[in-house]
Design a protein around this ligand. Structure first.
Ligand code: KG4
Ligand code: ZN
Length: 361
């Protein structure tokens, strides 16, 4: 089975081709093309939805052609088309979903309208033996959630952020410290040089019951620490130490919340299981290492997609399409684009179902 994936829900235009050979370990990414719109949005200090949608229109067709060419296949070789149908910036989602529908209709292929979050959620199974059920920590720019994944389309949310997503906190901290956007990689490399114990930063909700998160207080504490520094300018060592302190605090909070989630997972599934960490923040090497010990303490295996599959890409969308096609879960050409689309149908309407990257930051 060969599937074309399309991703346009935020500021990456992406097209990918993934082949599945019947044995899960045999899935192969034949092409994975991602074009970031960083340059288009830089001057505005955040993602501008209208500019994002126009850039997707300009580049998507060319990226799909490139992906097909890279994979060495024609449209007749495809068994399906998977396009992100939400959640995200609605203009961009419409561009990708409409393009996917057009290709599916013209070539008589089944369409899968993929939930972007399901793309992240299933990304650890692309090319790896990760069986259901598993515990998922989904940490990206727009989302921070803990879920039990019982199967494709079967999610139970244990907790979510009450305010900022983890990646959003990285981005806002980076902006405050004069580092570029996206903030995650910049904060990570500064943190590697810094002393994480110099600043005493809070660990919001740590030690409290439940699996919710809160990061806005941490971001504010970084701002207060900057304001308390002597002099008018902030030196490179201060930036490094603040980044290290911030990253250590995020690591502690995630570890504490994951520990509580493991207890809930264990109540449901007494043996076995895996902790999967997905989404852009899962590309952070220090956080990956920190959560490895939490999983081991809880008796869970750990599965982390490679960093390129953590940040937004279309290979994970193609893979989610394959997972659904294998179960005959296809969508009609009337599938609607959705700005909001929680993975868990029982999710509360507001808390934690953040609009992905919420438009202009
Ligand atoms: O999954 P993603 O590409 O987009 C969303 O679906 O939101 O995640 C992007 C987020 C950004 O906030 C970015 O700063 C963060 O992931 N990120 C990182 C790292 N790389 C990307 N955060 C921490 N460390 C990183 N190395
Ligand atoms: Zn994402």
């Amino acid at each position: 089975m060969i599937v074309l994936g399309i991703e346009t829900s935020c500021d990456e235009t992406a097209a990918a081709v993934v082949r599945y050979d019947g044995v899960r370990d045999d899935s192969v990414v034949l092409a994975d093309i991602v074009r970031s719109q960083l340059d288009e949005h830089r001057a505005y200090g955040g993602v501008v939805p209208e500019i994002a949608a126009r850039a997707h229109i300009s580049h998507l067709d060319g990226l799909i052609s490139l992906a097909m060419e890279t994979a060495g296949i024609g449209f007749d070789d495809l068994q399906g088309v998977a396009a992100t149908a939400g959640p995200g910036l609605i203009g961009g989602v419409m561009v990708g979903l409409t393009t996917g529908k057009a290709i599916a209709a013209f070539h008589g292929l089944p369409l899968v309208a993929v939930n972007h979050l399901e793309g992240h959620a299933l990304s650890a199974r692309l090319g790896k033996q990760v069986d259901f059920p598993y515990l998922l920590l989904l940490v990206s720019g727009g989302h921070c959630q803990l879920l039990i994944v019982e199967g494709v389309g079967r999610y139970e949310r244990l907790g979510a952020t009450l305010d900022d997503a983890a990646g959003e906190a990285f981005d806002k901290t980076a902006k405050l410290l004069g580092l570029g956007y996206p903030g995650g990689p910049a904060v990570e490399s500064a943190a590697a040089r810094g002393d994480g114990s110099r600043f005493d930063l809070p660990r919001p909700l740590k030690g409290r019951p439940g699996c919710d998160f809160s990061f806005s207080g941490l971001k504010t504490a970084v701002r207060h620490a900057v304001e308390a520094l002597p002099g008018d300018t902030i030196c490179a060592t201060d930036v490094d130490d603040l980044c290290a302190g911030f990253q250590a605090a995020v690591g502690d909070v995630l570890a504490d919340r994951v520990k509580n989630a493991i207890a809930l997972f264990r109540a449901r599934h007494p043996a076995g299981g895996t902790l999967v960490i997905a989404g852009g923040v899962a590309a952070n090497q220090a956080l990956r290492a920190r959560q490895a010990s939490v999983a081991a303490d809880g008796g869970l295996a750990l599965a982390l997609p490679p960093p390129a599959l953590c940040t937004d890409n279309a290979a994970m969308i193609a893979w989610a399409g394959i997972e659904r096609l294998r179960l005959d879960m296809t969508d009609g050409l009337d599938a609607s684009p959705r700005a909001r689309w929680p993975l868990d149908p029982d999710a509360p309407a507001v808390s934690g179902t953040n609009h992905k990257k919420g438009g202009k930051r």
